[in-house]
Design a protein around this ligand. Sequence first.
Ligand SMILES: CC(C)(COP(=O)(O)OP(=O)(O)OC[C@H]1O[C@@H](n2cnc3c(N)ncnc32)[C@H](O)[C@@H]1OP(=O)(O)O)[C@@H](O)C(=O)NCCC(=O)NCCS
Length: 507
Amino acid sequence: METIVRDLMTSPPVTCAADDTLAEAARAMQQADTGSVVVTDEGKVVGILTERDLLRAAAGQGNPDSERVRLWMTARPDVLGPDERADAAWASLTSHHYRHLPVVEGGHCVGVVSLRDLMAVARIRPAGEASGDVPAGLEGVVVAETTIGDVRGKEGFFHYRQYSAVELAEKRSLEDVWHLLYNGELPDAAASAAFGEEVRHRRALPQGLRAVLPAVCQSGAPLDVLRTAVSLLGAELGWRPTHDIGADELHDQALGLCAVVPTILAAAYRLRQGQEPLEPRDDLGFAANYLFMLTGTEPSPLHARAIEQYMILTIDHGFNASTFTARVVTSTGADLGAAIVAAIGALSGPLHGGAPSRALDMLDAIGTPERAEAYVRAAVEAGDRIMGFGHRVYKTDDPRSLLLRSVTEQLGGPLVEFSQAVERTTVDVLAELKPGRQLYTNVEFYAGVVMHTCGIPREMFTPTFATGRTIGWTTHVMEQAAHNRLIRPAARYVGPPPPQPVPSPDA
Ligand SMILES: CC(C)(COP(=O)(O)OP(=O)(O)OC[C@H]1O[C@@H](n2cnc3c(N)ncnc32)[C@H](O)[C@@H]1OP(=O)(O)O)[C@@H](O)C(=O)NCCC(=O)NCCS
């Protein structure tokens, strides 16, 4: 699939009228955090005003409160169509030294594309070809095309396929969302029942894994047990390299893996507690069965639904580290087990999967609402991070945390009011001590409250995240395998200049 302008443009565009003042246009740019404003007349593009024009106006000592945009804008600018290829747009911008171009469809302005947007797709090029520097951590670099979903950080929005993930969590079951990811469409009632039936019957541990699990559980945390168990499972079931199998076989393996992961994790927890694992129940949904196998008690519908919503919200989230890892391993043609073992390894790192239990530990440490301000103030002044706050992508409310907060309200319990009070205080103190950083709660803050209230032990918080996320990982494995090209970037060598003479051993 080719990247086109529509995929990259900022839409809707920030617009103003030719008779607006420069000050009004500058305010519009500042509010939307963009470097240009499209000048329109009844939706039609008549000009474009950029930061450079504002600088020119300032240098010319024009009064921004009285000077009109029409004096400083570039009239009748070149425009792009939304279906033009990104590399054609890149050529157009760079050859004319433009930084921003309006995107026009049906005579009306539908967006703006900037050099910065295009840089994101232009950065990674094969070794040997001219290439720009890639930011540390690949931040903002587009490394693939996907139809699975996306995260729009500035808008506080993320989606699976073409649906809002939050709306899916509000309206559908986890199995329906799983069907959406695996088959590209939401099931109707009959397809939903058939899919639910199919996956319920695949929950039991296979014999080989069942036999060795007690020994595996003697060491390692539950997530480590899962990593080893997935490796054993792939070997027991004879999973062959994705390179050598067709899409149907991979789909079938992935379905079975997602169905059995909750059983592995619940068994691991119980074995580590010296208890017998429980057999899965095929009269319960994915989340309810998981809670049952973990706690030994059939959960209330309220608790089962709360955990189901949490799992739906965390199935997928863009090209996070574990998802990218799964795709890199798949790109070598390795088998499904290898890709998921690698993804679990990436998730186990504290910078990726570890915050919900830490957020709850913090609530414990704060103890009462009155102590929140002093605690947060002291922590921030000491240079510490407040767990469950801030996000690399979201610079507004994390949509997952908003839904989980309302889930905690439905659940009730002693932690609800307390956690909300701590949230309010923390947001205020962070706004005061870290102005302009836009720090709000992330998914982890209320995830811990929800899981704790529903009876999930703290050591099972990150493993519980992995139960739903396996659905996301495997969807990415299938997409990568279906349109595969080996992921093999390059690095810049910065050591001593080669070739140096190799010293002899006795020199
Ligand atoms: C999630 C996180 C790693 C994102 O970090 P990031 O995008 O790299 O943000 P930065 O580290 O560049 O932080 C930007 C500024 O905000 C501050 N900041 C970010 N998160 C903060 C937090 N939770 N508490 C206090 N200050 C925070 C940083 O100190 C920094 O301030 P500075 O400009 O004075 O140096 C970060 O917000 C964090 O550590 N949060 C706490 C852990 C957590 O909840 N993790 C779960 C994530 S889903």
